[in-house]
Design a protein around this ligand. Structure first.
Ligand code: SF4
Length: 491
């Protein structure tokens, strides 16, 4: 499928969205292709800069100098829950079960999908409506349900457009950040037979009409979950379009896919996180809809599903939990603020990360979930400017973790011998003034030898190649600053 605006790199493998790339993984190649696409660059740049500016303004306006304290409180709530996760999981399961929910535990993506497929089979489901869920992207659920004949429809507007356009999300909150209204108009005309219009209100109505009937027909609803409240066994969904409510209340059966790290102990703790989530994510006081779902419908209620299942998903989370150095990464409430603040994300866009989670949080958790050796480019996808840390509502020290991942990479097999040697030499060179000036001399002479007559290195060898494939590197001056300064003073 095409929107007339060709994607610079293939987004699909064997007809399936290439959520996880074929190995060996090369972020550089994917990034390079997107960086030459000015249209995508413009959309992503505008959207992320606006979001980031709005977040900063709202935080300042609403919280003033209390903002940092509130972030610290939110971080400590999540950290406490993670440090005692076994206790809160048990509490959640007991309370959710008492409310009539069937709670399942899946150790990995395969198991989570198999549980959902089995539920769909038992319920003889044929039509499913689904609200936005990054975890189902992570487990790659849709093809599994479609393989047993269940027609699955994404109902979040952004996800719906991506689904009919054969594309994948490129941002954890705004999945189609890389598309504009023209691409949407073309997709609706081509796939839904709709009249061509670029008016956002009309486009929304076209989607609404198409989706409304599907909600009525669906016998299975699938959702994610922003939070799980241990004290009541409730699942909390934060949405802006109302599709979450329809997915979870209209079909006979509701299945929620939620990562185990989404737990909070009580409603009191939840309010702190809700206060920050929407403000940090979209600069709203609250998301338009905040649903708290506690079990299926009970007599004499008329609305709600007859059956409710919650699949608690591990899929690598307990491995991160075991490692106290990286446990903090599981505090993430998926607000997307670190993506909006990141100059690297802005430049390379979400698809370049080649994984479900992109941006700074993706660069940390993807190698932790999927193996550092498979995603060794990601810890390097940062300028270490600290903007992500400043933006994060739960104070995850993302830059520090990216440095730790680089350290682990050097200690393991993810990096080749030549690269290790280069880093080691760099470290030696930075340790003392003598080695620094010797290293500097070699670098200066080497680069000047590689430079052309205009004084630029345009095709660097080995590690330099990645730099010079994007921009020309000016050759260093004939003498360094120290030498020049000494001569200047003498004069
Ligand atoms: S790491 Fe922090 S800023 Fe980034 S998505 Fe998670 S909570 Fe938001």
């Amino acid at each position: 499928m095409s929107d007339g605006h060709e994607h610079p790199v293939a987004l699909s493998v064997d007809g399936q969205p290439a959520l996880f790339p074929t190995l060996p993984y090369k972020m550089h190649d994917r990034a390079e292709a997107f960086m030459h696409d000015e249209q995508i660059q413009r959309f992503v740049n505008q959207a992320t800069l606006n979001r980031n500016a709005n977040r900063q303004a709202t935080a300042h306006e609403v919280f003033g100098d209390k903002h940092s304290d509130l972030r610290a409180l939110a971080g400590s709530i999540k950290q406490h829950t993670l440090d005692h996760l076994d206790h809160y999981i048990e509490q959640f399961i007991d309370n959710a079960t008492a409310a009539g929910v069937q709670v399942h535990f899946a150790k990995d993506a395969k198991e989570a999908n198999a549980i959902c497929v089995e539920i769909a089979r038992q319920e003889k489901s044929t039509a499913c409506v689904k609200s936005k869920s990054m975890v189902t992207e992570e487990t790659h659920l849709l093809p599994e349900l479609e393989a047993i004949g269940v027609d699955v429809l994404e109902t979040d507007l952004g996800e719906f457009i991506l689904q009919i356009d054969g594309d994948a999300p490129s941002h954890i909150v705004t999945p189609m950040i890389h598309k504009d209204r023209i691409a949407v108009a073309k997709a609706f005309q081509r796939e839904l037979g709709a009249r061509y219009t670029e008016d956002p209100a009309e486009l929304t109505m076209i989607a609404r009409e198409h989706l409304r009937e599907k909600f009525r027909q669906a016998d299975l609803g699938i959702s994610g979950g922003n939070f799980l409240v241990a004290e009541t066994g409730s699942i909390v969904l934060c949405t802006n379009e109302g599709n979450g409510r329809l997915c979870t209340t209209v079909p006979r059966v509701h299945v929620a896919f939620v990562g185990i790290e989404k737990l909070v102990p009580t409603y009191e703790h939840l309010t702190v996180l809700l206060k920050l989530l929407a403000r940090t994510s979209t600069a709203q006081p609250l998301t338009v809809y905040t649903h708290v779902l506690t079990g299926p419908k009970r007599a004499p209620e008329h609305d709600g599903p007859e059956k409710m299942h919650i699949i608690l998903i591990d899929n690598g989370r307990t491995n991160i939990l075991r490692d106290t150095e990286y446990r903090e990464a599981l505090r993430c409430i998926r607000c997307g603020a670190c993506l909006n603040a990141c100059p690297v994300y802005r430049k390379v866009t979400g698809h370049a990360y080649g994984a479900v989670y992109s941006g700074p949080i993706g660069a940390v958790i993807t190698p932790l979930f999927k193996g550092l050796e498979n995603y060794k480019d990601l810890p390097g996808a940062t300028s270490l400017c600290g903007a992500c840390y400043e933006a994060c509502p739960v104070k995850i020290n993302l830059p520090e973790m990216l440095i730790k991942l680089r350290r682990d990479m050097l200690a393991g097999k993810a990096v080749g011998r030549m690269e290790k040697l280069a880093y080691k030499m760099g470290a030696i060179g930075l340790k003392g003034p003598l080695m620094y000036s010797i290293g500097g001399w070699f670098q200066r002479v080497g680069l000047r030898l590689l430079a052309d007559k205009d004084g630029y290195v345009r095709k660097g060898p080995s590690l330099l190649k990645n730099w010079t494939s994007q921009r020309d590197l000016p050759a260093p001056a004939a003498q360094n600053f120290r030498t020049w300064w000494k001569q200047y003073k003498r004069k």
